[in-house]
Design a protein around this ligand. Structure first.
Ligand SMILES: Cc1cc2nc3c(=O)[nH]c(=O)nc-3n(C[C@H](O)[C@H](O)[C@H](O)COP(=O)(O)OP(=O)(O)OC[C@H]3O[C@@H](n4cnc5c(N)ncnc54)[C@H](O)[C@@H]3O)c2cc1C
Ligand SMILES: Cc1cc2nc3c(=O)[nH]c(=O)nc-3n(C[C@H](O)[C@H](O)[C@H](O)COP(=O)(O)O)c2cc1C
Length: 588
């Protein structure tokens, strides 16, 4: 009987189709057939003169390469894995290091170094990588003379500080004496193809040059990675919306949609802490107005293309430069030359540029002003153990006014306004092993104001389903108790059935002075530190700009106060938690 085994790893130096064919043959072969095949191949090489009858030189050991990634949502981490795979094929011995675990003092020992770094917040490193990043930038960073390096920067041109972290690391490695062997690339959200090209170039630049002796001996070392795990199917998957509920009351000034998705085939194999990337469509009304402003209202083909797949809202400096170059618009050129463009684009969108500086443009010129529409991530708010073949999301509608226009977030607006019950949507699984539950007997503390609560609904469901014995403590906050208490009844049930041990809430607008989750953490600092001393895991999800920073600062203050520590000792206590992977964040 043919077995389903796939003994040839995906890292083998063959094309994907060849690996499939080899697996089909070798996977179903019996031991006798395999032994024959091994002997046959060895004999074949000997006969054709490709193999040496006796080894004259000892096999060359693979040269090491260190690949450091600084990642929040996994893109840099995945690219680091791709780079490692290629490096292995080229005879290098890669070690992949999360910057969160990096000992900066060990860097001089790396002969070859690649750093793949994303930028977060407003030009900040990913949260996990923050302390190693500070050490690398700090005065005590070691010299890196003799280290060959290359840096790949990931970012988003919509942010003013585009790829700031990758740029800073690249400059720092050089300043410390490292030798840049491949030019840095600064990549936008559509990074897949340019990243693959950069990886190819960087590995080629870093791979040891085949010397005459090793070429003669055919001495390239090929590492066989028997441990390479099969990659999970991330999708995209087609889903149907089976529930669409606004969890805020009709008198709230917020709109937070609880969305239930079912899948035609099998539900993606998600775990608590993972997110789904949702592929939204643009608002047809916005696209209509944009085409009108551009004088292209009659182009129905362009309209459909823009709605389904182009980023028609982001306005970056790059967009303004492209507009100036392709239209020659004098005022736009002047805006750039005066250095005022950076301030002018703040709070504005592509439509403002075209409406404010009108000029006849072609469909091609408009297309060139846009990039592919990137999916948006949403934390999964359910556990498969409780909801079976479904996945739930919690989406807060982004609505604001700026420069005299009402604005709506692309994806959250799509979910709130157009993705109603029965509609279909494409999603992709975005696993996050850095925000996973510990074993069920461990205690957990969860801090999740606003939509930050979403993954903790999944955590609580999961812990109920597995009968976790560890305690769980939830901090939630929003504006008003009456109008914005997301999943209120579910938390009451969880407190009653023991899935949740305790809950503290902070409703910022229910009293004259603002109260936030970090204020509740401070009030409960003694018990908090006690839980942490007993090994509890601390999770933070939600707003990265203010909340996550305040929560961390509050925890440092709590340690200082409860344990009578100096500020730097209290900071070290929190760094210890982070290094021990007990302070985990998923913030955005
Ligand atoms: C790992 C991860 C998990 C996430 N989980 C969730 C979740 O569970 N629930 C959730 O709702 N979101 C979540 N998000 C955020 C989500 O991905 C989107 O960023 C969010 O929904 C906004 O997307 P949008 O397309 O609606 O808005 P966009 O069209 O992308 O517009 C957002 C942009 O509008 C601008 N803007 C917004 N408000 C204002 C303002 N008041 N004034 C001026 N400009 C403003 C800002 O430039 C902002 O970047 C998560 C993000 C990540 C990375
Ligand atoms: C909340 C948030 C803030 C971001 N801030 C920046 C930024 O300041 N500069 C930038 O270039 N990119 C920024 N990005 C884009 C990320 O760098 C980009 O999505 C990158 O691919 C993420 O890589 P990672 O998955 O390895 O973390 C931001 C993304 C998010 C979601």
């Amino acid at each position: 009987m043919a077995s389903q085994l796939s003994p040839i790893p995906r890292t083998a130096p063959f094309a994907e189709e060849e690996i499939e064919i080899l697996n089909r043959v070798v996977g179903s072969a019996n031991p006798l057939q395999r032994a024959w095949l091994a002997g046959f191949l060895a004999g074949l090489d000997a006969q054709t003169g490709h193999a040496r009858p006796e080894p004259a030189a000892p096999p060359r050991t693979a040269e090491p390469i260190t690949i450091v990634f600084a990642s929040e949502s996994g893109n840099s981490e995945r690219l680091a894995a791709d780079l490692a795979k290629l490096a292995r094929k080229r005879g290098l011995k890669p070690s992949v290091v999360d910057m969160a675990d990096l000992e900066v003092a060990s860097l001089p020992a790396a002969k070859r170094l690649v750093v793949i770094a994303a930028t977060w917040g407003e030009g900040d490193p990913p949260a996990r990588a923050a302390s190693a990043y500070a050490a690398l930038m700090g005065e005590t960073a070691p010299r890196l003379d003799g280290v060959e390096f290359a840096v790949l920067a990931l970012g988003d041109t919509a942010y003013a500080e585009f790829c700031a972290v990758g740029k800073a690391i690249d400059a720092r490695l050089e300043a410390l004496g490292g030798k840049r062997v491949a030019a840095r690339a600064d990549l936008d959200l559509d990074f897949a193809e340019p990243a693959a090209r950069w990886i190819e170039g960087a590995v080629t630049a870093l791979a040891p040059k085949a010397d005459a002796a090793s070429a003669a001996s055919g001495g390239q070392v090929i590492e066989v990675d028997f441990g390479a795990a099969a990659e999970p199917n991330l999708g995209p998957f087609e889903a149907e919306v089976t529930a669409h509920v606004d969890l805020n009351s009709s008198r709230s000034d917020k709109e937070t949609i609880h969305l239930e998705l079912t899948f035609d085939g099998k539900v993606p194999a998600y775990n608590p802490g993972d997110s789904l990337d949702l592929y939204a469509h643009n608002d047809p009304a916005y696209v209509g107005a944009l085409l009108q402003a551009a004088g292209l209202a009659a182009d129905a083909v362009l309209r459909d293309e823009l709605i389904a797949g182009r980023d028609v809202t982001t306005l970056s400096l790059k967009t303004v430069e492209t507009y100036a170059a392709s239209t020659g618009h004098q005022y736009v050129k002047a805006l750039l030359e005066s250095g005022e463009a950076r301030d002018w684009i703040a709070g504005r969108q592509l439509i403002d540029l075209i409406a404010h500086f009108p000029i006849a443009i072609s469909a091609e010129q408009l297309r060139a002003l846009t990039r592919p529409l990137a999916p948006r991530a949403y934390s999964i708010a359910s556990s498969r153990r409780e909801v079976g073949e479904e996945a739930h999301l919690l989406v807060s509608a982004v609505r604001y006014q700026s420069h005299g226009r009402d604005r709506t977030g692309v994806a959250s607006g799509y979910v709130a306004e157009r993705l109603k019950k029965g509609a279909r949507v494409r999603v992709k699984l975005r696993p996050n092993k850095h925000f996973a539950l510990p074993s069920p007997e461990r205690d957990i503390i969860m801090v999740g104001p606003g939509t930050g609560i979403a993954p903790f609904r999944a955590f609580v469901q999961e812990r109920r389903a597995v009968g976790a014995t560890g305690k769980s403590w939830l901090f939630f906050g929003d504006r008003n108790f009456t109008h914005d208490f997301l999943y209120q009844l579910e938390w009451q049930d969880a407190l009653n059935d023991g899935a949740l041990t305790r809950m503290d809430v902070a409703f910022s607008r229910d009293q004259p002075e603002k109260i936030y989750v970090q204020d509740r953490l401070w009030e409960r600092r003694r018990e908090l530190v006690e839980w942490l001393d007993k090994g509890a895991y601390f999770y933070v999800c939600g707003d990265a700009k203010a909340m996550a920073k305040d929560v961390r600062a509050t925890l440092v203050r709590a340690y200082a106060d409860v344990k009578a520590l100096a500020p730097d000792a209290a900071e070290r206590a929190v760094v210890e938690l982070e290094r021990g992977k007990r302070y985990l964040q998923d913030t955005y």
